[in-house]
Write a new protein. Structure first.
Lengths: 111, 116
């Protein structure tokens, strides 16, 4: 399957702590995107990193991409209760006209 | 608000029935995507349309079909429904002016389908 896999499947932290989630994929990609999904609602785009980029920042988000290891990580710094959600990586594969989503990480941030 | 509108929000029906899910993309977006999200399969890509034409096909069953109309809204038709079709169905849109998979998607709030 081309589907990416997030690790861990679930993560529970306290407010103020950092949250790191990882995504691994199997084939060459054009780009990798991260999305957030609040319980049962639509996904919201967070950040896009291209295959020739190694790191990207957006507010409290930091994304890294290691194409040699076929992996990416999303770091959320100084987590807030409002960050509680599921986070998905999505990959745009070379030659494929679609975005493939991973299995997701459920993040719980407790006050 | 993503600007993508999906109706209905909830749909309860019986096995063997047929339903139609509707999606209006963001103003100006030419591409519409349909995804199915279930607990055991995750988020699965079904099909993509660009300016009225099918552009990419994923794990869409033969019982399912979709189309995009001249006004760019899209409909996903699900027929001969089975219990296993119960899922959250999302529509997403994008500009579509670059290669699919290279631009961010804007998702609707989904249609929760329950087949009893």
């Amino acid at each position: 399957s081309q589907q990416g896999e997030e690790d861990p499947q679930a993560l529970s932290i306290q407010e103020g702590e950092n949250a790191t989630m990882n995504c691994s994929y199997k084939t060459s990609i054009n780009n990798l995107q991260w999305y957030r999904q609040n319980s049962g609602r639509g996904l919201v785009h967070l950040i896009l990193i291209r295959s020739n980029e190694r790191e990207k920042h957006s507010g409290r988000l930091r994304v890294t991409l290691d194409t040699s290891k076929k992996s990416s990580s999303l770091l959320i710094t100084a987590s807030r209760a409002a960050d509680t959600a599921s986070y998905f990586c999505a990959t745009g594969f070379t030659g494929f006209q679609k975005l493939v989503f991973g299995t997701g990480t459920r993040l719980l941030v407790s006050p | 608000d993503s600007g993508v509108t999906q109706t209905p929000k909830h749909l309860i029906t019986a096995t063997g029935q047929r339903v139609t899910l509707r999606c209006s993309p963001r103003s100006g977006d030419l591409s519409v995507y349909w995804y199915q999200q279930s607990l055991d399969q995750g988020l699965q890509f079904l099909i993509q349309y660009y300016n009225g034409e099918e552009r990419a096909k994923g794990n869409i069953l033969e019982r399912f079909s979709a189309q995009q109309f001249p006004d760019l809204h899209s409909e996903l038709n699900l027929s001969s429904l089975e219990l296993g079709d119960s899922a959250l169905y999302f529509c997403a849109s994008s500009g579509g002016r670059v290669r699919a998979g290279e631009e961010k998607l804007f998702f609707g709030s989904g249609t929760q389908l329950s087949v009893l």
